[in-house]
Design a protein around this ligand. Structure first.
Ligand code: OGA
Ligand code: ZN
Length: 366
């Protein structure tokens, strides 16, 4: 990447392609103390109030800086590196490549919790792992009641739901969700009926005295890629038909419509939702439904197959943080006569992890 000047115009060259940078784009980025609040990086002027026909009067290019004087009298010294960064969008987490994994994954992405952990470089590493694998496990997190709230709020802000700020996952009488029993839970994503679906789930193990109740994880991204390759018709229908996900209890009815495999505008993986006790396909043509049901069955087979699932036991102090748009989670059944199994859970959204990651990157100059 390179900056070049000609006739009071600024050109940006990338891989042999040279284009002029709009002078207004540069004018909006004036950064002297009178234009920009240093602490918040917020503009002290409103760019929508500037005249549209801003022109460059004077330019000077050195190794690291571009100095510009505009025809409205404003002057700025821009770091070339910052212009490159804006072009490449290098701060974006979508440039952290996902690692596809299956049952052969051996490294469970463990990170030791310690005081001041959230401001350490180790936290940055944990977050990078989170974006690569879709989960991390923090070890030795204090098992005080609702410590998870403090934990979540130290990364970002907790995402409250109708289950509360956090929820107790244990077998209880009259449960309003199968999670609150000792039954096995097949791989699923949480809260597919919410709009928006909570991005990230945390489960903190407080007590685990039973021999069953193993935690399971499946990489929905790996399975989606597999389905796309081996069963393209199934992939197509599951990424086209919106189904209704529903949760009903005494105080609320929650519904949201979405494809089971949701793609972004480029047709790339965005999100999976899977919870076959809560999904309702619309009344469409019988022929289409025939394919849809075969597709959902195949998808379920893959999600439930040993080939893709990892299984492990959470010990007291372990805190599992997983991407609810990418991973499916579940547990094996357990016997309440053997003792207690008690987890606490909560949700956060992507802005929490992304905000923290960018902050730590800036702090440690990474
Ligand atoms: C849940 C859940 C898994 C477990 O509460 O959403 O899936 O290990 N729990 O109990
Ligand atoms: Zn769950």
């Amino acid at each position: 990447m390179k900056i070049e000047l000609k006739d009071n115009k600024v050109f940006f060259e990338n891989q042999g392609l040279k284009k002029e940078i709009h002078p207004f784009w540069l004018r909006e980025r004036v950064n002297g103390d009178i234009h920009l609040d240093k602490k918040t990086q917020q503009r002290l002027f409103d760019p929508t109030e500037l005249k549209k026909d801003v022109k460059i009067e004077n330019l000077n290019l050195s190794k690291n800086f571009l100095e510009i004087t505009f025809n409205d009298g404003s002057y700025t010294k821009l770091e070339i590196q910052n212009i490159f960064k804006e072009f490449a969008n290098v701060n974006d987490v979508k440039y952290i490549n996902k690692v596809e994994w299956d049952s052969s994954l051996k490294n469970l992405n463990n990170f030791e919790f310690k005081d001041n952990f959230f401001e350490e470089e180790e936290m940055y590493k944990a977050l990078i792992y989170f974006y690569k694998y879709g989960f991390v496990i923090f070890k030795n997190v204090p098992t005080q009641n609702n410590f998870i709230v403090k934990f979540a709020n130290s990364i970002g802000s907790i995402r409250r739901t109708n289950f509360g700020e956090f929820f107790d996952v244990k077998s209880k009488p009259n449960p309003n969700d199968l999670a609150y029993t000792s039954l096995s839970l097949a791989p699923h994503t949480d809260n597919p009926y919410r709009n928006p679906v909570p991005c990230i789930q945390m489960l903190h193990c407080i007590k685990n005295e039973v021999s069953g109740g193993l935690s399971t994880l499946v990489d929905g991204y790996t399975v989606t890629q597999k389905l796309k390759k081996k069963f393209p018709d199934y992939y197509k229908i599951l990424s086209e038909i919106k189904v209704r996900f529903q949760f009903v209890d005494n105080s609320v009815i929650l519904e949201d419509w979405s494809e089971m495999i949701q793609l972004d505008t480029n047709g790339d993986f965005k999100q999976v939702r899977f919870s076959p006790r809560l999904d309702f396909v619309p009344l469409i043509d019988k022929e289409k439904l025939e394919i849809f049901y075969s597709a959902r069955k195949k998808l379920s087979e893959l999600y439930n197959s040993k080939e893709y699932r990892i299984e492990f036991k959470l010990s007291p102090g372990d805190l599992l943080m997983m991407d609810n748009y990418r991973l499916l989670h579940g547990r094996t059944s357990y016997d309440t006569n053997e003792g207690y199994r008690f987890l606490q859970g909560c949700y956060i959204d992507y802005d929490s992890t992304e905000g923290k990651l960018k902050h730590l990157k800036r702090k440690f100059n990474l």
